[in-house]
Design a protein around this ligand. Structure first.
Ligand SMILES: [Zn+2]
Ligand SMILES: [Zn+2]
Length: 263
């Protein structure tokens, strides 16, 4: 049972129209497709400017595919957009930290991550990670999300743990894991960085998946898709990664509910 609820279209920073994406999803045999345009923060260039046009376009696809494939209108709500209301579901994500009076991007580029650590944090990557996970730990309370987006996004350009792996890094991540697993929110296993060639394995890292499993958290597999050719990219790797961490199922959005589907 295949599905994806983390997708971006031309209404934010994605390449394709909702119709083009839905057509491809249908060809791939999806049971459901959820759109999750980036929320408007007022400063993020990736944010949607026109929620009404987005809602109308997704509603048209809902109508078009009725009876053949379920279409949902969600949002990827950034921490700095506050509470999300009126969507089929909400993915809560931290893309920026606030430090020294500036908003600093967590996943812009390897060069920007290096620059932030060097210039904004005086070379202290742990302090950057602590700021990041402090916000992640509050993402459910702030946005009211159903799904925690890309939990350890800060490691996007550091799959091998050369920058983010020490005790302070792990403690910061554990604090967010403890806070969020108590809320019952779903954790995303996100393959987005695989399609873009930054990583060979999905987020979250294996050790985090194991901690989530030990706390009884539920997961959902997505590809954080910005291009219809990558709608199910890396799903086999995501299942393998989740399986190795002890998960035997993931959730799928179907009939208006997140239901469990075995691997
Ligand atoms: Zn995101
Ligand atoms: Zn996204």
């Amino acid at each position: 049972m295949i599905s994806n609820v983390h997708t971006h279209s031309v209404f934010c920073d994605g390449r394709d129209t909702p119709f083009e994406m839905a057509m491809r999803a249908f060809q791939l045999g999806f049971v459901s497709l959820g759109f999750s345009g980036h929320s408007d923060t007022g400063f993020d260039p990736c944010g949607m400017r026109d929620y009404n046009a987005y809602r109308a376009a997704v509603a048209a696809e809902k109508e078009r595919w009725h009876g053949r494939m379920e279409i949902y209108c969600g949002i990827e709500q950034d921490y700095f957009s506050g509470r999300a209301e009126g969507w089929d579901y909400v993915i809560g994500s931290v893309h920026y930290v606030e430090h020294g009076g500036k908003k600093l991007a967590v996943d812009w580029s390897p060069e920007e991550t290096d620059r932030i650590i060097r210039e904004e944090y005086d070379g202290c990557a742990e302090a950057f990670a602590e700021d990041y996970y402090a916000l992640v730990g509050r993402i459910f309370d702030v946005t009211g999300c159903d799904i925690i987006g890309h939990f350890d996004l800060i490691t996007k350009f550091d799959e091998e743990g050369k920058i983010f792996s020490g005790a302070r890094y792990r403690d910061a991540a554990m604090g967010a894991i403890d806070a969020l697993t108590k809320t019952g929110a779903i954790f995303e296993v996100n393959t987005g960085a695989l399609a873009r060639g930054y990583r060979k394995t999905p987020y979250p890292a294996q050790w985090i998946l194991r901690e989530l499993r030990a706390r009884g958290a539920e997961i959902i597999i997505t590809s954080d898709c910005h291009n219809k050719d990558f709608l199910d990219f890396g799903y086999e790797k995501a299942v393998q990664s989740a399986w190795e961490a002890g998960f035997e199922s993931a959730l799928v959005l179907r009939g208006g509910k997140f239901e469990r589907a075995g691997f």
